[in-house]
Design a protein around this ligand. Sequence first.
Ligand code: PHB
Length: 391
Amino acid sequence: MKRALLAGLGLATGLAVTTASADEIKVGMLLPYSGVYAALGSEIETGFNIAMETFGGDTDATFTVVSEDTEVKPPVALGKAKKLILQDKVDVMVGIVSSGVLGAVRDMVDGAGVPLVVANAGNDEATGAACSPYITRMSFSNQQVNRPMGGWMKEQGINKVFTLAPDYAAGRQMIDAFTASFTAAGGEVVGQEFTPFQKTQDFGPYLAQAKASGADAVYVFYAGGEAISFVKQYDSFGLKADMPLYGSGFLTSPLYVNAEGPAAEGVITALHYVPTIDSPENAAFVAAFKAKTDRMPSEFAVQGYDAARALIEATKAGATDRASLANALRQVSFDGPRGATSIDPATNNIVQPIYVYQTVAGEGGLTQKVLATLPAERDPANGCDMAPVAN
Ligand code: PHB
């Protein structure tokens, strides 16, 4: 009988799962439910649940979820990961939004031999020099979403850029990837600042620096609560008309672009998913998401959806325990909302096209107008040398 129950959602529910049969999979969900990325965490979980409801019947496995809040704090997240692995004895972990948190839990996950499906954090190291056969990324890497923008912006006639991002791993990696490709294309980064992560309320001093820099445009990475404040302040500072705003697409995510309002109009960014992708798989996902939430899904929703889908596919392939799940997860492939979805076996990172889009006014609020589709490019292995897990 096909059965797949998603049981036990809720924070730290520590469900009493007793004598588990081989096809009962215990999932540790490690997400931020508080802090600047709280909305991202619940969006990933919503996507995850929709995929479980949609595809769960395709596998004989059943899934029980224990959720923990990382608070976007690496030491807190490491403690929660230990609890999930050692106390709850989860078979697999899903989640992680912040690159800082991924860096903090990497050795624990690898050392304990627990597979982790990364549903957001783009930390390049986790699929580069610090890669692990236990870590499979269903989201994006920081370099993947920023690298294509350097050449594309230079082609649009932008020669001088000022960059801004929060001062932590993701901010630095995203800006480094953009800077490398923009300068390789002949552009010049005339100034760069990193703002204290989760602490900056007033971007005014940084915007004054950008204004004085003589740049043609500003390129940034901000996400969640910081993206909303930044986009609004950029507009109210009066910079938008003279210095157009660009960035990685989390800046104007469909998840919170309507909270940014008219300040976001005209901003050009790039991302691995836009809800306007025209395919039957995306149409089905959008319909299921809208039925549940009454709004369009974001990149975070699709990452949760595809993470659950990967788990389901891995169990369909016969995986039941930590080692077999780790091996199966890195081999999954399916047609999803993003198109043909598969993992690069050299790094365990997803390979996908990148969409350059402009935020424009639409009928039901702000929407994403795709300006260019840039072909999928594998990240360089960057020191990743993976030995397979012994089953
Ligand atoms: C990250 O820390 O890797 C990160 C966080 C939020 C995003 C994207 C990347 O929207």
